[in-house]
Write a protein that binds this ligand. Structure first.
Ligand SMILES: Nc1ncnc2c1ncn2[C@@H]1O[C@H](COP(=O)(O)OP(=O)(O)OP(=O)(O)O)[C@@H](O)[C@H]1O
Length: 221
């Protein structure tokens, strides 16, 4: 269970968000500029809220009043952003193994072979990221995040730069990841179809505020 209640201000933008989320996939929708990416960065630990708290299960990750701030690399969350940042100087294999190889075996939720199979990226292992297509890069970025066996997967419009054919190729991968690994996910997207396909619940972000949890998928998401 992820729970947070925090505030963050940057210039004229103010975010004030609270939620308690069970497992599964939580979709986050809302207009451009409403603060969805900022919320994920706050949860990831790449931004620091000015006040408030963040907990994952029983662990307090942020509590500004008590000066607790667990850094991003200690939170053990996986991140996949729109353009799937990979290390350009490393092969696909070394990108995939980057976090995985450092994990004690008992913390690994998935094997290397399972992820290669699930994402159909086994034939790309010796290539550098520059020689991959957009869809291949996204799958490798997702594979790297999964092999890190995160406690939570943060996905920020992971398919938005891809064409329809690639979206239709990757969405079922994400569904399988959800069903087979049970890693909880926060999934930011503008695409109603992606939310309908993947999410167990949807939160609406508007002007820095997160609306109530709703089972109904918004028509204008
Ligand atoms: N690096 C930055 N410096 C200053 N302001 C920023 C920065 N990044 C985003 N903002 C501002 O913060 C607010 C929230 O942006 P954010 O990227 O979180 O929105 P979003 O809901 O993810 O938008 P989109 O759907 O367009 O990606 C916006 O007003 C944006 O202009």
């Amino acid at each position: 269970m992820l729970s947070f209640d925090f505030a963050y201000a940057r210039g004229s933008f103010h975010l004030d968000a609270r939620a308690e989320l069970a497992g599964g996939v939580t979709g986050i929708c809302g207009p451009s500029g409403s603060g969805k990416s900022t919320l994920l960065l706050l949860i990831a630990g790449l931004l620091k809220p000015q006040s408030g708290q963040l907990r994952m299960d029983d662990e307090v990750l942020v509590d500004r009043a008590r000066r607790v701030f667990v850094p991003a690399w200690q939170r053990h969350f996986g991140l996949v952003f729109q353009d799937g940042q990979l290390f350009p100087h490393l092969s696909v294999r070394d990108n995939l193994l980057y976090g995985h190889a450092r994990l004690p075996p008992e913390r690994r939720l998935l094997t290397f072979d399972t992820v290669l199979q699930l994402l159909e990226i086994g034939h790309l292992l010796e290539r550098r990221p520059a020689l991959l297509s957009g869809g291949e890069r996204q799958r490798v970025a997702l594979g790297r995040a999964l092999l890190y066996s995160p406690r939570l997967l943060l996905l920020d419009e992971p398919l938005s730069s891809l064409d329809e054919r690639l979206k239709q190729q990757i969405l079922p991968f994400l569904k399988r990841v959800k069903d087979e690994t049970r890693i909880p996910m926060l999934y930011v997207t503008h695409a109603r179809a992606e939310v309908e396909f993947l999410a167990d619940r949807v939160l609406l972000m508007e002007r820095g505020r997160l609306g109530d949890e709703t089972a109904r998928i918004p028509a204008n998401a």
